[in-house]
Design a protein around this ligand. Structure first.
Ligand SMILES: *Cc1c(COP(=O)(O)O)cnc(C)c1O
Length: 455
């Protein structure tokens, strides 16, 4: 009898009973349950209670062409029927994999020549780290092993990815970083610029790279890695002076430049790649999220001609790869995604129309006392929350001010992300002016409500 009366467990109950979640507070979601997302259409997602949210974060800044694209589903379906899987080890390939590599290199520009496929952005970063060391070995400089990265950068969750990343809370879990990876300061003017003008601060932070290279000895440094615009760290757009100075230093000491474009790749900044926006000439470019708009897990390192040639001259086997490197179904999804981006000129639209409209709307929040600064590039945006705008004083209490804002937005059917005291926005490229207005109006109402509640 008792058994018959027992209610069927909900999906949330089943989930928390058996599923360990990434980047989530395990105790908290066990108590509170999880949200079950059941559908998506354009810039909207729907949960199991039928509630519809405007997703101003495109999943995890990846569903760039929007939810519900049948064309991508059809491409994957067709590929699964003709050839569900074959590997790319030992000198074999499949048609979508070869075509995708060619397509990516064309978009990447003349300095780039080859693509190494992985399943995630983290693995892409692990991959170029090994390639960079192989490159210097092939050049007769095997001591060039150290990679310089930046504090508060995000490069993924594998051991190498989390080590390359500069997130202190990630390093604390598991004795990271691993040897051979060091960090310099980030170009986060609002928090760390003190009395300097942003342009002065940009130069100062770039020069930390030169100081670090000299301290380590250039003969020991393999590469410098950075996101063109820091993503998870807070959508931090560096001062204008930063990248030209970094470029000068990399060239002077012949350091390989790795750009982590897992977020910025494939159009988010209004250029196909962030390095094109900033005029950089990297040797490695990690891509993932935007490559398939999240429809399939696929990622890659785009590699410069000089590195690819060195690998060929080196001879021998590159002792690295993943069972699903260049998976044909994931490659088919990525090709269909690129077809959509090109046919609908979504990157051009960000450059000409959506980006400027989004920036103007976001900057309109600057009249609020709780908003310290807003930053926007293409369809990436951030709002710096601040306790005292005139003194540039950040919140210490409540320390989870960003999460509070995020949760209030959720109550109003708007999904944004928080990174400490910054609110991050990254909507799909199919967002309309009206939907951008809705995002900004909702954020404004939430911020006003929170200020009233705090005082
Ligand atoms: C998301 C992200 C990664 C990690 O990608 P995964 O596919 O989650 O491994 C790496 N770098 C940056 C900049 C990212 O935003």
């Amino acid at each position: 009898m008792e058994f018959q009366n027992r209610k069927e467990p909900s999906l949330s109950e089943i989930d928390v009973a058996h599923h360990l979640h990434p980047f989530a507070n395990t105790k908290e979601y066990r108590e509170q349950g999880v949200r079950v997302i059941t559908g998506g259409d354009g810039v909207y997602v729907i949960d199991s209670s039928g509630r519809r949210y405007l997703d101003a974060f495109a999943g995890l800044w990846c569903v760039n062409v929007g939810y519900g694209r049948r064309e991508i589903a059809d491409a994957v379906h067709a590929q699964m029927i003709s050839l569900a899987y074959y590997n790319t080890f030992f000198g074999t390939t499949t048609e979508p994999t070869a075509r995708l590599a060619e397509r990516i290199v064309k978009l990447a520009g003349p300095d780039m020549s080859h693509v190494f496929f992985t399943n995630s952005g983290s693995e892409a970063n692990d991959t170029w780290l090994r390639m960079a060391r192989l490159y210097w070995t092939s050049k007769g400089m095997p001591n060039r092993k150290i990679v310089i990265s930046r504090q508060n950068s995000y490069h993924g969750s594998t051991i190498a990815g989390a080590s390359l990343g500069g997130m202190r809370h990630m390093h604390e879990q598991g004795d990271l970083p691993i040897p051979g990876i060091v960090h310099i300061g980030q170009p986060y003017w609002y928090a760390e610029g003190g009395g300097l003008m942003p342009d002065q601060f940009g130069i100062l932070r770039a020069r930390e790279l030169e100081e670090k290279i000299l301290e380590l000895g250039p003969e020991n440094v393999a590469a410098f890695v950075a996101e063109p615009v820091q993503g998870t760290g807070g959508v931090i757009v560096p001062p204008e002076t930063y990248w030209p100075e970094i470029l000068r230093i990399c060239r002077k000491y012949d350091i390989l430049l790795a750009v982590d474009e897992v977020i910025t790749g494939f159009g988010r900044t209004g250029s196909w790649f962030g390095y094109q926006h900033y005029g950089l000439r990297p040797d490695f470019c990690s891509v993932a999220k935007g490559l398939s708009s999240g429809y399939q897990p696929i990622a890659a390192v785009i590699v410069s001609g000089r590195v690819a040639d060195a690998m060929a001259h080196e001879g021998g086997v590159f002792q690295h790869g993943f069972t699903y490197s260049g998976h044909p179904c994931a490659a088919a999804a990525a090709l269909a995604n690129l077809n959509i981006l090109e046919r609908e000129d979504l990157v051009g639209k960000i450059q000409r129309d959506l980006g400027p409209y989004f920036a103007k709307a976001l900057h309109s929040l600057n009249d609020l006392a709780i908003v310290g600064e807003t930053q926007a590039i293409g369809l990436l945006g951030s709002v710096q929350l601040v306790l005292d705008k005139n003194k540039r004083l950040r919140f210490s209490k409540p320390s989870d001010i960003g999460m509070i804002v995020r949760n209030f937005c959720m109550e109003r059917d708007l999904i944004v992300r928080a990174s400490q005291d910054r609110i991050l926005l990254a909507p799909a490229f199919v967002i309309t002016h009206e939907q951008i207005d809705t995002i900004i109006a909702t954020l404004r109402a939430v911020l006003i409500e929170i200020v009233a509640a705090l005082s």
